[in-house]
Write a protein that binds this ligand. Sequence first.
Ligand code: CTP
Ligand code: MG
Length: 229
Amino acid sequence: MNNAATGRVAAIIPAAGSGVRFGAQIPKAFIELDGISLLTRSALAMSVVADVIVVAAPSDQLKLASDHLANVDAEVHVVAGGEARQNSIANALNVLPEDVEFVLVHDAARPLVPIEVTTRVLTELQSGAVAVIPVLPIADTIKRVDAQNKVVETVDRNQLRRVQTPQGFTRQTLHHAYVDPTIVATDDAGLMEALGISVLTVAGDELAMKITTAHDLTIASALLGVTNE
Ligand code: CTP
Ligand code: MG
């Protein structure tokens, strides 16, 4: 896609995890959902809006990762991932072309993200937000417990959200957040919070679920069946 009016859009796809909780013999990104790998599906989803896609892949399987990206219509780069997700993204940032203005960071493990979610994130970036994340409300009642597993209190779930990807940032903001490797967070928006950068939320979607366990793959497969009906 050509976003000449506003600067190019890139997607960084961290795909270098080994998938310990999934428990397969191959990295999770190469697992197939209905015959298409999680990596391929995630990259195809991003390619609808992204001109450039940078994938951080397991360092010993860069060629295989490239093969999974063969049919993706974008300028594709594959780099070796790092020890943690944050290191993988830092490696991807190193090869990001200079003319990219907006960056979507999207987990390879969220293969079914609908285009509507990606568009909501990107639209807010193009309207001036510097950091945007898709979120969902929490349906269950949430309790805080102590070390003995006794309930301490009920947490007000109305103020809590489940966070998904793609998380969108201006290139400058993301670079700024990754300059200091001593700041550690479980997601990219977490780095922004540590730096006092304001993060906007938009509506996520159940289809953007993360595949963590084999059970999640079964759920995703069922969801795919429903969306294809
Ligand atoms: N990831 C990465 N580099 C790492 C660790 C994770 O690029 N060193 C990526 C994964 O490939 C995944 C995303 O970050 O697409 C979210 O991570 P997660 O779901 O935790 O995947 P894994 O780390 O592979 O799974 P596990 O934690 O069960 O080992
Ligand atoms: Mg992990």
